[in-house]
Design a binder for this molecule. Structure first.
Ligand SMILES: Cc1cc2nc3c(=O)[nH]c(=O)nc-3n(C[C@H](O)[C@H](O)[C@H](O)COP(=O)(O)O)c2cc1C
Length: 189
């Protein structure tokens, strides 16, 4: 099964990365290769709304999104992991998502949705926020849901933790890593 994961956190060994690692562990143990894109370290320009993708479904900007486009097309499982920044997804996550406007054009204007593949397509959203309220989680999930539907993922699971702020604090959470592992197992079941 082809599994890809987006890490939208700039913090190395931060909460998102640690939780993502725990989630990926059982997937790799089951023999599936997981390709992780650390968005903060990639060269990805924001969408220019140039309309270049409207007739072809292809983005005209040539940068690191090219490898992501191919990976999304082939993926059967997609994990999006992001910290909550200003009540939404991190900029690193959002820039990548906005560039998927080309898939939106392909699906809705050109009527060519990404095909399902042998094991279907499923998503997992992982969110970590420092605040104790749900608003940031809800806003981030709305964007992520639009992303998943655009890339023809009809079904996604959500794993979110609030009140987790300091670097590495997720390790002190009583259930987070275990819940990550369980979500990873469910994703490939
Ligand atoms: C620029 C910035 C904005 C943030 N905004 C929010 C926010 O709106 N809501 C929230 O719950 N946490 C917010 N936080 C806290 C982070 O979500 C929190 O520290 C999280 O654990 C970071 O995950 P990471 O270690 O993977 O980077 C913000 C942090 C930064 C750096």
């Amino acid at each position: 099964m082809k599994v890809i994961a987006f890490n939208g956190s700039p913090r190395i060994e931060g909460n998102t990365e640690l939780l993502l690692k725990a989630t990926i562990e059982p997937i790799e143990e089951a023999g599936h290769e997981v390709r992780v894109f650390r968005l903060n370290f990639m060269k990805i320009k924001p969408c220019q709304d140039c309309g270049g993708c409207e007739k072809t479904g292809l983005c005209i900007i040539k940068d690191d999104m090219e490898e992501i486009y191919n990976a999304i097309r082939e993926a059967e499982r997609v994990i999006l992991a992001s910290p909550i920044f200003f009540y939404g997804l991190s900029a690193q996550s959002k820039i990548m998502i906005d560039r998927c406007q080309s898939f939106w054009c392909e699906k809705y204007l050109l009527k060519r949705p990404i095909p399902s593949g042998p094991s279907g397509r499923k998503g997992l959203l992982i969110l970590v926020g420092g605040m104790k309220n749900d608003r940031g989680i809800d806003c981030a999930e709305a964007s992520a849901k639009a992303f998943f539907r655009t890339i023809s993922i009809q079904e996604h699971d959500v794993l979110s933790f609030k009140g987790v702020d300091a670097k590495g604090a997720i390790l002190e959470h009583p259930t987070a890593l275990k819940e990550g592992q369980e979500a990873g197992k469910r994703l490939i079941s």
